[in-house]
Ligand binder design. Structure first.
Ligand SMILES: N[C@@H](CCC(=O)N[C@@H](CS)C(=O)NCC(=O)O)C(=O)O
Length: 108
């Protein structure tokens, strides 16, 4: 059985990246639209400590945030061999950016 995913989102935010991907891959996902003030609710802060959107809840109750990480998670859950190359490129770029950020951090 397919995992039940739940996306907490707001229109015209970084959520759009995830909504776009969901429609591209036609992945089943429950969409929960939040009002701006709901981001700081106790319920949402338990999902995302900074009270931001988007946040993706997996079927085991764990939550993924950061729109790019959510997109990679969705790609992992719905693999398409023809997209393997792009997934590798994204991961490579992420590690490159993270490494550069660390270099700048340590150089001050
Ligand atoms: N880098 C994060 C950015 C998330 C983010 O900043 N979301 C905004 C909306 S676009 C938000 O919820 N802001 C509310 C806040 O910072 O309190 C991502 O790509 O998901």
């Amino acid at each position: 059985m397919r995992p039940v995913l739940r996306l907490y989102y707001m229109p015209r935010t970084r959520s759009s990246r995830v909504l776009w991907l969901l429609s591209e891959i036609d992945a089943p996902c429950e969409l929960v639209k939040l009002a701006p003030e709901q981001r700081q609710s106790v319920e949402h802060l338990a999902r995302h400590p900074l009270g931001r959107v988007p946040a993706l809840e997996l079927d085991d109750g764990t939550v993924v945030f950061e729109s790019a990480a959510i997109c990679l998670q969705l790609a992992d859950l719905h693999p398409r061999p023809e997209h393997d190359r792009q997934r590798r490129d994204v991961r490579q770029l992420e590690r490159d950016v993270a490494g550069e950020a660390r270099i700048h951090e340590t150089r001050g």
